[in-house]
Design a protein around this ligand. Sequence first.
Ligand SMILES: Cc1cc2nc3c(=O)[nH]c(=O)nc-3n(C[C@H](O)[C@H](O)[C@H](O)COP(=O)(O)O)c2cc1C
Length: 370
Amino acid sequence: MDQRSTFQSTYPWTKAPVIAQAPMLNIAGPELATAVSAAGGIGFIAGGTDVSNLQDKFQKAEQLVKEYKAADGSPDQNCLQLYDGPNLPVGVGFLSWGADLNMALPLIVRYRPCAVWLFAPPNSAADQVPWVEGIRTQTGGSVTVWVQVGSVEDAIDAVTKLQPDVLVVQGSDGGGHGLQHSASIVSLVPEVNDKLDAKASDNSSSLIKPKIVAAGGLVDGRGVAAALTLGAEAVVMGTRFLASLEVPIPKGYEQAIIEASDGGTHTIRSAVYDRVRGFLSWPSKYSPRGIVNQTHTDFVAGKVTEQQNYELYQQALKKGSPGYGPNGRLATFAGTAVGLVKEILPAGEIVRRTRKDAESILQINRLAKL
Ligand SMILES: Cc1cc2nc3c(=O)[nH]c(=O)nc-3n(C[C@H](O)[C@H](O)[C@H](O)COP(=O)(O)O)c2cc1C
């Protein structure tokens, strides 16, 4: 089956190549997620670890979906107009090391997001089994399961234990949290594909290969076309949406994203950004990638102790927007492709442009082969 039929049969409002938006903690709310889905992508609300306000987010998403359905405009611009399926056409993401299944599950059952995205179990995929079993049993399989992993080993573990519908393969370039040690999607996606193909064709194995989606370093049509060429069936973008109208981030953060260049040198994956914020519960194999700033450089240069760094961070928080940027101290999560993000746009426009550019590149490549 081609990617158009596999994704569109499950998520009928989407258009190929499918662009999903990452469930970014404290950033990806119902406004962003519904705008992405209305443009033919798949938006995810960030559920994070604190599920206490998830009901409000689902309610808001339901209301926004109703508004998109009722709105004028061509179905090309508003892909939700003709959607009348039983699921909410947005997903929700949880951080497995901290989210409470007993609180989340009744809300998943009630609001039926199209997908639940799981990331970062405390130890291994085995920790996520109760989530997957609960979601599948209680929704009659109508809510699909996406699992994000960052290594070949974790991919095999997740597919063997959880049989997710979609495996999000996150490469080292990704913004926010990811594995401290990982490869870029350039080698990770093909290697995961090869290993899963080999396992799936082994007669003694009952493994069912999920759809493979690439994440990490993708912000435009060139990246999307490359990821599909590497063997992904769809893509996830996080960093690109930090420069969209629908995200509630401080101006200083937004400006730092637009001004950053050369993400390989100006972003870093560093646990220091968790420690200064008092975020100590992340499993130790993960750390966040963000723009290099004083919090990181002062600490690695030995200019401040851990405690001083923490206190300076608290002072910077009081400054708000001026606390961001390379000379600031506030955590500014972004991936290595941040240097390609130069314009703040409506999220729907980002999805449409990226999809169109990727399509043209893939079409040119196809024609070149004739
Ligand atoms: C600001 C930010 C916050 C993120 N928060 C989460 C999160 O809460 N849960 C999650 O599964 N992934 C999170 N991620 C990682 C994304 O799922 C995804 O892997 C990443 O954004 C892809 O790389 P890109 O940023 O280069 O597009 C976050 C990423 C960013 C940039």
